[in-house]
Each structure stands twice: as structure tokens, then as C-alpha cells.
Write a protein that binds this ligand. Structure first.
Ligand SMILES: [Zn+2]
Length: 277
């Protein structure tokens, strides 16, 4: 009786969730989004606050001004349809040797000082920030979490379906499994498809902002070569096979005119003058 009811509820929930969540990503990929933007923004903001407490925040004004200059130029180019205004973005530089950077829903950008050492100039830093911001715009965190929730839901439904008589313990386990999906997924590795999409959008953003799109290829090549015993931390959440570098390189031709157009119309970011030596 209870099992039957739970099974029905599970199925109905699954169907309504999938029906509600079908969306198309910025590059035209079908994607499942089960969380509302408001939920994702709240989770992103909460995670960011936790990171600010856990990690040490860079207080050197020069460093902050340099990274802010690059981030400002990028977020200025975010199309309004994504629901972010330039002033909605918050940037924090973390004092940490890890070669890392990230962006979270709610307009949060984190750049580690280790990444500043890896990037030679404003263009390379812009390619990282553009890439991270693009993950947020394309709602990759939401997609990743939704996929997990679906897996958890499927597992819970299977558990219930297999049990002849569902005792309260099994019910609890199933309900717990459903809840777990919501806790993870905010900083898990991205899929290849998400990486490719963030590369494309990111390279477009940087070119529109007046940063040289060729530098994106240079930076990812550099990161790939670093490898060895201490590969850049960024690569653990952003897998970078050679195919990505090839894709970035292939898109240079497409984005050079965008870059030249941006420079011609006065978008010439000059953040390197702020770069601490
Ligand atoms: Zn990525």
C-alpha cells in the first residue's frame, strides 16, 4: 500500500520535474534544469560566503584593482537576457597558491593568487574569468545538480520498487537519497560538453570586451604543460584534453574580427598597467 503510493509519487515527481526542467543551453544543447535560478543563486551565494570564511582573502589593493579591472571588462559584456547587471557581480581574490578560479550562480567570481602567477597578462586572465562566468551563464551548476538529483531519484524509486513492504527505514533512506543530490554539484568537475560550451562563450566574451582571443589557447596550453606532480587545481574541475585547445584555436579565426571590432569601438582594457610585478 505505502510502497505503491510512494512509487506513484516518485513517478509523478519524476515526470513533473523533467517536464518542468527542459531547457536549451546558449549553444543549443538540450539540458535539464530542475532548480530555479533563485535556488541556484542562494546556493552559490552561500558557498561563496563559506569560502570567504575558510580561505584567506587577498587584501593587497594593487592585486585587487588589477583583477577587478579584468573582471569588470568581462561582465560588462554579459548580455542582459542572462539576468545579471554588471554591478551584480562580486569578485574576491583568494590568497592561495593553487592555480584556480571559479564562478558561482548569484554572480560570484573567485580568483586565486596562484592563477595570477600562471597568467602572463590581462588577456590570459580574461580568458579564465570569461570561461568561469560562462559556466554560470549557461547554468552548468544547475544542469550538473539536476543530473545528480535525477540519478538519486531513480535510485530511490528503484529501492522502493524492489522492496515488497517498505519499512520506515527504507523510506527514510530513499528520502535522504533525494535530499543528498541538492548538497553536491556546486563545485564538481564539469563535463566535456560544459567545458566546450564555456570555452566558446568565454572566448566570445573576452573578444567582445577587447581581450585577445588567441591568448585563451596560449593559457590552456600552458596549463596543460604544467602537469606533473602538481597539475593546476583548475584542471581537476575543468578537464582539458587536447581537443579543447584545438577547439579554442579553431575559434580564433571567428573571434579575431570581434576582438578587432571591440578595439576599434574603444573597448581597449588596459589592466596590465595595474598588474603588480
Ligand atoms: Zn570550465
Amino acid at each position: 500500500m505505502v510502497a505503491g503510493m510512494l512509487k506513484r509519487i516518485g513517478l509523478v515527481t519524476l515526470l513533473s520535474m523533467t517536464a518542468a526542467g527542459c531547457a536549451v543551453s546558449p549553444t543549443g544543447q538540450k539540458t535539464l534544469l530542475l532548480n530555479s535560478p533563485a535556488q541556484m543563486n542562494a546556493m552559490g551565494t552561500q558557498s561563496f560566503e563559506q569560502m570567504k570564511e575558510k580561505l584567506s582573502v587577498e587584501d593587497d589593493t594593487r592585486v585587487n584593482r588589477y583583477v577587478q579591472c579584468v573582471a569588470d571588462a568581462i561582465v560588462m559584456e554579459v548580455p542582459g537576457e542572462y539576468g545579471y547587471a554588471p554591478q551584480d557581480w562580486e569578485l574576491v581574490v583568494f590568497k592561495d597558491e593553487a592555480v584556480n578560479a571559479f564562478a558561482l550562480p548569484g554572480g560570484k567570481i573567485g580568483v586565486y593568487t596562484g592563477m595570477l602567477k600562471m597568467t602572463d597578462n590581462q588577456h590570459q586572465l580574461a580568458s579564465v574569468i570569461g570561461h568561469e562566468v560562462s559556466h554560470v551563464l549557461a547554468q552548468h551548476g544547475n544542469a550538473r545538480m539536476s543530473q545528480q538529483m535525477l540519478t538519486q531519484l531513480g535510485m530511490a524509486a528503484a529501492t522502493i520498487a524492489m522492496a515488497d513492504r517498505v519499512d520506515s527505514k527504507t523510506q527514510q533512506a530513499a528520502i535522504l537519497a533525494l535530499g543528498l543530490g541538492a548538497q553536491y554539484g556546486i563545485l564538481l568537475p564539469y563535463s566535456r560538453q560544459h567545458e566546450s560550451e564555456a570555452d566558446t562563450l568565454g572566448q566570445a566574451l573576452m573578444a567582445q570586451a577587447g581581450f585577445d582571443p588567441r591568448e585563451a589557447t596560449t593559457l590552456w596550453q600552458k596549463m596543460g604543460q604544467k602537469g606533473g606532480a602538481t597539475p593546476p587545481e583548475l584542471l581537476s574541475t575543468h578537464p582539458a584534453p587536447n581537443t579543447r585547445i584545438q577547439q579554442l584555436n579553431a575559434q580564433v579565426e571567428q573571434y579575431m574580427p570581434v576582438y578587432q571590432q571591440a578595439r576599434a569601438s574603444g573597448r581597449k582594457p588596459d589592466c596590465d598597467r595595474l598588474k603588480p610585478r
